[in-house]
Design a protein. Sequence first.
Length: 379
Amino acid sequence: MKKIVLTSFVLIFILLFTGCRNPKQWFYSRFVDPVNYYIVGDSNNKKELRKLFYEKELREGEYESTFTVMQQIIKLLLNADEKAKLNLFLTTYTENNPEDPFNAYYLLVVARDYQNSDAYPFATHYYERILRNFPDLLVHGESIHNVCLKNLTQMVEEPELRINYYKELMARFSEPNPLYPDIDLIDKGPVYYYMAKTYEELGEWELAIQAYRNYLQYPDCEIPGSPDVYNDIKDMIAFYDYRDKSWIRDNLEDLKQHVQWAIWARNPYRLNQYRAKVNFFATAWEENANKEATIDDVEGFYSDLGVFMTSRLRCSNELDSNSNLQEAYLETWGWSYRIPTWYLYFRKISFPADPEINGKWEWVGVYLGEKPFSGRDED
């Protein structure tokens, strides 16, 4: 009984990884009528397929001429929407013809079909199988291994495996190769970006930072769904590189009190101590607000900070009601600048690359003018 169960398990395993999920189909195509099983479609399609299978048999062992016939068979089976039969045909062929140099291409067709059907475990299996067992092949100007690696970086969930695929992709297809002078090279910018994200998943922060630095060398590359990511990464690297981060405070209450004391004392030097020295901004609330409300030269603006501190300068005792566990606002008013009301913006630092500051707080910006719909009257 155990022997029967084991034999059945082995048979099912073989069927799954040879492209067939139906044992009856596999048995019929393998032992009963290995040609008629693939003769599908309308009368013209069937006639053409019979002719092609006959030609394939005549050219057995002549792999280059067989490749032309195989491509036509693939096209006809796809046109007939017989993907399962196509996968079985190709996997059976590669098993029976292990010396065919085009086997990598045939299995690529199988892998792509599974991927397009969202059968990712099967697609992953065949992409990995091609990389492990078959030399690279250039078909229609396309490197088979390049295609496999690109798809694996998108499908493999384990970051430990994914990062290795990114490394291999970068090592093999980022620079011109004399063997493939006409091949399209990868776009290195996005690859570096996604490598960095994968290193973050692994907790390899130094390697992530280095990958981000490499990504910044390609300012024109685009990351789908993240139009502002380049500037975000640039700001993050600037923050990482700044050595003296003495403006950072352990908690929000401590930061708020230090800023309040500096304002009550009208001490611009002291207030400037608590301002973030990188990526600090001063802008209006509204994204499309008048340009006069946006400060381009923040450092020059803060060099005149003492001039703007009038005797009427005040700040709220408590944080604004829109504050939360990640960001907070402190209302101040009475400045002599063109816009007398400022909201100081505090932010909790999310920066796992440096555990010593991750989770602490910084004053990182100023919103000029009344908060939208606040309706507060000036004193």
